[in-house]
Design a protein around this ligand. Structure first.
Ligand SMILES: [Zn+2]
Length: 171
């Protein structure tokens, strides 16, 4: 549900793991952050800067590290990325949907800002955690009833469990 904001925020996973800034790599951006219909041939420095700023803002928000006015900041992003209504045919008639204006980056910004605003208004920010596999550090939304999830995925969960098991049973 909140895939785009987590996709953007978690580009830092790659940053920490491989010590490179993946957002500067257009091919990577096209492959992992933009859908097939939004592929880019070029990206302006300006657009990249805005994207990186939003990523940092989202990270700070998830970490509870925010000193600025979150509502004003998010409203700024939302104001800059208008949606337009359109009719979409469905299997049992038609419905009105809202599409963001602009290219792939503008759409990404709109989607991420809207997801962050939704997380904020539904008071779910406090349920966002970081994966306890240190080599991962992925942010994820803990939807479990008792808020007990420690890992972003089954893969990280079993990796760390196996590692802890081996450490305990070392001879
Ligand atoms: Zn993980």
């Amino acid at each position: 549900m909140y895939t785009r904001s987590f996709d953007l925020v978690n580009t830092f996973w790659y940053l920490e793991y491989e010590k490179i800034e993946e957002l500067d790599n257009l091919q990577w951006l096209n492959t992992y952050l933009l859908p097939p219909e939004d592929q880019l041939d070029t990206i302006s420095e300006e657009a990249l800067t805005v994207l990186k700023e939003l990523r940092q803002f989202a990270r700070d928000l998830f970490d509870g590290n925010i000193s600025e006015d979150v509502t004003a900041k998010l409203n700024g992003y939302l104001a800059g990325t208008p949606y337009y209504p359109r009719i979409e045919e469905t299997s049992n008639g038609s419905r009105i949907t809202f599409k963001p204006n602009g290219d792939g980056v503008a759409k990404l910004l709109t989607d991420v800002a809207l997801e962050l605003a939704t997380l904020l208004t539904e008071e779910q920010i406090s349920s966002i955690k970081r994966c306890q596999n240190e080599a991962c550090g992925y942010y994820f939304l803990d939807n479990s009833k008792n808020q007990s999830r420690k890992f972003c995925s089954k893969k990280c969960n079993s990796l760390i469990k196996t590692r802890n098991f081996r450490a305990r049973h070392k001879t």
